[in-house]
Design a protein around this ligand. Structure first.
Ligand code: ADP
Length: 398
């Protein structure tokens, strides 16, 4: 099936046209700063990156620009709209309602709108993308693939916070978990690679990118995860604080005389790696600063590693039997020194890294543990867009 995968942000639209049979990307691109005047779109043609001017004032015009580009004779991507068989949308929040991907009907759209309360930055943009596709491509079948869906299998003991229970009942305040498409994809890939039935596969998936989360997967299902009610909880990330003592917020409100919006901005955009290091949210730049003796850059890395180790440790205990520890996303796939620090000294636990193999493994599916490591360590490149395309095919096939 040929699927157009759409990931719509508040002022951006990322897309990929994917053929599911051979898992190939015909083209992918991005339009940024939508509504902010004339812009450029970037897209790939035979692997080459091309920059082209566009003038889009809203998401509908952005979808139209994508379609025009796909149909453009110069590019030769498709010759008619019939060649796009379906559209798969990344939708961030599916609340407690969506356990899996769904065909988008009016009722589904209403539900996604309802959960905008839980993801005010993301769901409205996702809805906008769906509506725009309906306008530009009327009658084309659309599927929603939720970031939260994979985690809906977590037991209550993983998702209920130790707050008065009434807040869960009244406002559905609970842990939802995110990056579900990635955790699901890489855990299935690893099970397949290891020749283990995915329904019997236990693993710890470390999705370490600009946003990071770790999931304990039990019998192929999400059992616990580090992100919570929002993507702010858990590990320190590029710009997010991850878990902190909530009382710090009261102190900052009082001492710095801050508004709630400002606190939100500090925790989401000024904390994490950039907050600690003062250098960057990008680990590559932090590495460079640390190598020149910048102590806070070094500290940022140490705090990140410590936090990852704490989650690995607690999920080892939660799961009991673990087949594999998996590293994925920008940091997980490329930063071999971080992977080494996260797994060092764990031989007693049956976790043995093959340093040489680890050092040369970048962004490819491979074991990085020694053959006698009881718990295998793997790098599995994530591919959320491919997963969305596959899910879209599977929903429509069913
Ligand atoms: P996002 O959460 O935005 O999708 P990514 O998964 O692309 O983020 O991860 C970005 C992080 O991965 C950055 O901290 C970056 O420094 C780190 N990284 C390290 N090496 C690479 C690499 N070769 N390519 C991309 N990102 C890398």
């Amino acid at each position: 099936m040929r699927v157009l995968v759409i990931n719509c942000g508040s002022s951006s639209l990322k897309y990929q046209l994917i053929t599911t049979e051979n898992e190939s990307v015909i083209t992918k691109g991005i339009i940024e700063r939508i509504g902010d005047g004339p812009e450029y779109t970037y897209f790939t043609k035979k692997g080459e990156k091309i920059k082209k001017p566009v003038n889009v004032n809203n998401h509908t015009e952005a979808v139209q620009a994508v379609i025009d580009n796909l149909l453009s004779r110069d590019n030769g991507f498709i010759s008619s709209l019939n060649e796009i068989e379906a559209i798969g949308h990344r939708v961030v929040h599916g609340g407690e309602e969506f356990y899996s991907s769904v065909f988008i009907t009016d009722r589904v759209l209403e539900s996604i709108e309802k959960y905008a309360e839980l993801a005010p930055l993301h769901n409205p943009a996702n809805i906008q993308g769906i509506r725009s596709c309906r306008e530009v491509l009327p009658g084309k079948r659309q599927v929603a693939v939720f970031d939260t869906a994979f985690h809906q299998t977590m037991p209550e003991s993983s998702y209920i916070y130790a707050l008065p229970y009434e807040y869960y009942e009244k406002y559905r305040i609970r842990r939802y978990g995110f990056h579900g498409t990635s955790h699901s994809y890489v855990s299935k890939k690893a099970a397949e690679f290891m020749g283990i039935d995915k329904d019997k596969f236990n693993c710890i998936v470390c999705h370490l990118g600009n946003g990071s989360s770790i999931t304990a997967v039990k019998n192929g299902k999400s059992f616990d995860t580090s992100m919570g009610y929002t993507p702010l909880e858990g590990l320190p990330m590029g710009t997010r604080s991850g878990s902190i003592d909530p009382a710090i917020i009261f102190t900052l409100l009082q001492r710095e005389n801050l508004t709630m919006d400002k606190i939100n901005d500090i925790l989401n955009r000024k904390s994490g790696l950039i907050g600690i290091s003062g250098v960057s949210n990008d680990l590559r730049e932090i590495n460079e600063a640390a190598s020149k003796g910048n102590k806070r850059a070094e500290l940022a890395k140490e705090i990140l590693v410590k936090s990852i180790r704490k989650y690995i440790g607690s999920y080892l205990i939660e799961l009991g039997k673990v087949d594999a520890i998996i590293f994925t996303a920008g940091i997980g796939e490329n930063e071999f020194a971080i992977r080494e620090k996260c797994t060092e000294g764990l031989e007693e636990w049956g976790i043995k890294l093959d340093r040489e193999n680890n050092n040369k493994t970048r962004a490819k599916l491979a074991f990085i543990s020694t053959p006698d490591s009881r718990i295998k360590i793997l790098v599995v490149p994530t591919n959320e867009e491919l997963m969305i395309a596959m899910e879209t095919e599977s929903v429509l096939g069913n």
